[in-house]
Design a protein around this ligand. Structure first.
Ligand SMILES: Cc1cc2nc3c(=O)[nH]c(=O)nc-3n(C[C@H](O)[C@H](O)[C@H](O)COP(=O)(O)O)c2cc1C
Length: 187
């Protein structure tokens, strides 16, 4: 059994990316416990606040959840062909050292998925994540890719995933990632 923490990079209640993360939770096999986290409560990065007070409570709490997991699933929207500022800002906070805590990204198995109403389904945002994740030293799984395009049609009004092809792709993606995380755990 591997423990994965999924993080949605959108704050919207009706977020397609949070819906994708919920769909992943519903599809996760018996070999994977997938918890969901959001970025609510994380303030804008401010080096003065960091120096005076350390990591804000919301950052610290997310770090604790990341460290309790065996791997991370980032569910990223795409804004202006890149990483949304909300998500990058959170990762910038999370990348900062906290005394007494291990690095939350280095050597941590990680996979990336995303959904957008457009025709390319976060392709460019996912490409923009690559140098960031390399810098953080995460162990990114590249054995599968999942970009949900025309995502409004893929999800029903209640947010559940209704597109059977996407369900299959997501199930396969999760299976591959779970196997990768399990192998990384044994190393
Ligand atoms: C500032 C902004 C820029 C956007 N740029 C893109 C884009 O470059 N590519 C794209 O596919 N969608 C783009 N979108 C549309 C988002 O994919 C869409 O709003 C999506 O629903 C956001 O994810 P969420 O539903 O998880 O909140 C943009 C939306 C916003 C607000």
């Amino acid at each position: 059994m591997v423990r994965i923490l999924g993080i949605s990079g959108s704050l919207r209640a009706a977020s397609l990316n949070t819906a994708l993360l919920k769909a992943a939770q519903a599809l996760a096999g018996a070999d994977m416990a997938l918890e969901a986290a959001t970025l609510h409560g994380i303030p804008l990065y401010d080096g003065d606040v960091e120096q005076a007070e350390g990591a804000p409570a919301a950052v610290r709490a997310l770090k604790d959840r990341m460290l309790a997991s065996d791997g991370l699933l980032l569910v990223s929207p795409e804004y202006n062909n890149g990483i949304p500022g909300v998500f990058k800002n959170a990762v910038d906070w999370l990348s900062r050292p906290t005394p007494g805590l291990a690095d939350v990204f280095r050597d941590r198995p990680l996979a990336l998925i995303g959904a957008s109403p457009g025709g390319f389904g976060t392709t460019l945002a996912q490409a923009h994540w690559l140098p960031v994740l390399r810098t953080l030293g995460a162990r990114q799984w590249n054995g599968g890719r999942l970009m949900v395009s025309r995502a409004q049609a893929a999800f029903a009004a209640d947010g559940s995933l209704q597109d059977e092809a996407v369900k299959r792709q997501l199930g396969d993606f999760l299976q591959g990632f779970a196997a990768f995380v399990a192998t990384s755990k044994r190393r």
